[in-house]
Ligand binder design. Sequence first.
Ligand SMILES: CCCC/C=C\CC(=O)SCCNC(=O)CCNC(=O)[C@H](O)C(C)(C)COP(=O)(O)OP(=O)(O)OC[C@H]1O[C@@H](n2cnc3c(N)ncnc32)[C@H](O)[C@@H]1OP(=O)(O)O
Length: 189
Amino acid sequence: MALRAALRSRSGLSGLLSQRSSCSSDIRMCVSPLLVPQERNYSTPPKIRVEFDQSTGVAVMHMQSPPVNSLSLDFLTELCISVEKLEMDKSCRGLIITSAQPKVFSAGLDITEMYGKSPEHCGAFWRSVQEMWLKLYGSNMVTIAAINGSSPAGGCLMAMTCDYRIMADNPRYNIGLNETQLGIVAPFW
Ligand SMILES: CCCC/C=C\CC(=O)SCCNC(=O)CCNC(=O)[C@H](O)C(C)(C)COP(=O)(O)OP(=O)(O)OC[C@H]1O[C@@H](n2cnc3c(N)ncnc32)[C@H](O)[C@@H]1OP(=O)(O)O
């Protein structure tokens, strides 16, 4: 609902843009979300489930944040912690990232994280986005995105940071960058 409201309202989008730019100076600071205390609500189910097969050395990471695995601060923090844990386990050589949600790999950045939030929150959010792609792109593990649904914008970014991508052959699943349509300017990474 909040996403639809933000998309409908041009002022909502420009508000979103001005918030983004007000925290863009923070983007280059690479602060691990692990170092930033996050409030974890333990009553909510985990957004990431990892299955590690010791015999093959391959881990499968299931993104399970209904309805569309949007990349919220909490989601990204959990994902980064999971990647970091696997990275520390030298017996883990490969990582497959996939979705537990039907029809959607990831809807990209959680738009509600960018709308009506404080500059501090926006800074923390964009740092966690950066942390996610740096962790995946710089991983020592072989990383594979098993794209079993639509994967727009940040979902596409996540897939692009993996070494390999395999996408389910379904004409209803889309993938690509749509920032221009949304009026979002990607940071100058
Ligand atoms: C180099 C680049 C750097 C910057 C990178 C990325 C920028 C971004 O990622 S911005 C985010 C852009 N994402 C989108 O525009 C995706 C929008 N969503 C969709 O296209 C569809 O929802 C999708 C194809 C993923 C799934 O379609 P459906 O299965 O038909 O579901 P619904 O559209 O009905 O959505 C269900 C529910 O989820 C909410 N939703 C969808 N996307 C997001 C999102 N990105 N953030 C937050 N919430 C999202 C949607 O509003 C619906 O909610 P309710 O209305 O409350 O049910």
